[in-house]
Write a protein that binds this ligand. Structure first.
Ligand code: TXE
Length: 483
């Protein structure tokens, strides 16, 4: 399975260009150069894709879970067999270290498809007996044509996280990957053809958000939208979809707190905090960007954390010694740098990093930045309130559990939170009160695909994961039958 120079849409089982015939440049961010092109699709392409999905729906939804399982499982197998080429393509497209694509992104894309393929053959609905009178049984039926829109930070990982449950549940899909990282979704299209997926079941339309994404959201025949991306985009999508009474699942931004108590396992905490701060250059919605440390260990933490941050190797995504690759785009690097400038204006002290890095050779023009640690900022400043989505964290001391909780909960976001302590009762008290959809205690990004995934407040609406996703992608219909 090889990436091509000209990416195509996947509509009605065929790989075709946009109806306009136009293309958008696709950039390798580590090289800072155009390396391929993606279709510049528009509402016309979305229309053709929706029509194909509508035609495919009756057969796909009625073929039975076993058959859908077999086809989806074959897609998962093809990803596994082509792990290296998918991982390579993901890293060229996004700038992330190939070691990460190989061990995280692509295996997880495989697992997403396998998980939901398997889940659907075990999925059962409820029955409620009214003794002596009637019984109720609840049908869980696929919705029809659904839309899946995904971002650039974990390209194939998040794309499959949406389309796998949608397809397993018997829906047909019109999907749009991010225009910044389209390559592995294109390769997935080929895998679907190879696996024998009937034409029109999955349609992948490439292009810009306001053109293609919006046309999917606006289309009256698309009954549900599953979206992951920025909070402002989520607002726009909700404004269009809500008056049309579409089902909506929105996974949006985060500003996740990482609360470190003095009684934690310091060695384990420091390793995982480095990971939760800078994995994928901080471009994961679950990264902990506000680190709160109990005052008695603040200086010890600061010294060790800054030392280890400075030790991280930023560079070529294809070098085995690289910890952090390039940021995903020039525009995103500029956004992160403007956040760093703002942090200084707000009185923050940059303890390390935050510098644009000059590389040599093939990656001379790439978008590299050294990871930054900032201290001295109040909890309510913009740096501590707004999502940066880059290799930037703030560190702040606290004295009491109550103070830590107040700062942790003091943003509009509520995606995830991490707590480090050996005191189980304290961990439970914190977990109960933290305003976040996901709380990790003494770990980070440990994921069980059966668990609910999503955020509170401005971090989103609805939950993905396990049965939550299958519920989202089905309509519940209760049938009440009298004796
Ligand atoms: O995301 P967008 P962007 C955050 C992060 C980042 C910011 C902006 O803070 O800096 O969002 O990133 C499609 N109708 N996250 O601008 O635009 C778009 O084409 C329909 C958090 O890259 O939200 C892409 O496929 N769709 C995050 C997808 O939406 C539209 C991951 C996401 O892009 C659209 C990424 C529209 N009007 C960024 N406009 C996370 N939570 O994981 C754009 N899109």
């Amino acid at each position: 399975m090889t990436p091509d120079k000209y990416i195509k849409n996947y509509i009605n089982g065929a790989l075709i260009p946009a109806s306009s015939g136009d293309y958008i440049d696709n950039i390798n961010p580590a090289a800072g150069k155009v390396y391929s092109h993606l279709p510049d699709s528009d509402a016309e392409d979305v229309q053709i894709a929706v029509e194909a999905a509508e035609r495919a729906f009756p057969e796909w939804s009625k073929m039975g879970a076993q058959k859908r399982f077999r086809i989806l499982n074959r897609v998962a197998d093809i990803i596994e067999q082509n792990l290296e080429s998918f991982a390579h393509a993901e890293s060229v497209d996004s700038g992330k270290p190939v070691a990460m694509s190989r061990s995280v992104d692509i295996p997880r894309a495989h697992d997403n498809i396998q998980f939901f393929a398997t889940a659907i053959i075990h999925y059962a609905s409820e029955a409620h007996h009214m003794e002596g009178t009637a019984f109720n049984f609840t049908l869980r039926q696929p919705i029809g044509v659904v839309g899946c829109i995904s971002p650039w930070n974990l390209p194939l990982y998040l794309f499959t996280w949406k389309i796998a449950p949608a397809l397993a549940a018997g829906n047909t899909v019109v999907a749009k990957p991010s225009e910044i990282t389209p390559m592995t979704a294109y390769m997935l299209s080929k895998a679907c053809s190879e696996a024998g997926m009937p034409p029109g079941v999955l349609n992948v339309v490439h292009g810009l958000g306001p053109k293609v994404g919006q046309a999917i959201v606006e289309h009256p025949k698309v009954k549900a939208i599953s979206f992951t991306g920025g909070t402002n985009t989520g607002k726009k999508i909700a404004a269009i979809a809500a008056p049309m009474f579409k089902k909506l699942s929105l996974e949006l931004g985060g500003k996740n707190p990482n609360i470190i108590f003095e009684d934690c396992d310091f060695d384990q905490m420091i390793v995982d905090t480095l990971r939760s701060s800078f994995s994928n250059n901080g471009q994961i919605c679950l990264c902990g960007s506000r680190i709160y440390i109990q005052r008695s260990i603040y200086e010890k933490f600061k010294d060790e954390f800054v030392k280890r941050t400075q030790f991280l190797k930023v560079g070529d995504p294809f070098s085995s010694v690289t910890d952090l690759g390039s940021l995903v785009s020039k525009a995103h690097k500029e956004k992160v740098m403007s956040c760093l400038a703002l942090a200084e204006v707000e009185g923050g002290k940059i303890l390390c990093g935050g510098k644009s890095l000059e590389m040599k050779g093939e990656i001379k023009e790439g978008y590299f930045l050294s990871p930054a640690v900032i201290e001295g900022l109040p909890p309510n400043c913009r740096t501590n309130q707004e999502e940066i989505f880059g290799p930037v964290v703030t560190i702040t001391p606290f004295d009491t559990e109550e103070e830590a909780l107040e700062m942790a909960n003091g943003t509009n976001y509520g995606l995830s939170a991490t707590v480090w302590t050996k005191d189980v009762a304290k961990a439970n008290r914190m977990a109960e009160k933290l305003q976040a959809g996901i709380v990790w205690v003494n770990c980070w990004l440990l994921r069980d695909l059966r668990t609910p995934f999503g955020g509170m407040k401005s971090s989103g609406v609805g939950r993905e994961g396990g049965l939550e996703a299958l519920r989202f992608f089905t309509e519940a219909k209760n049938v009440c039958q009298k004796y």
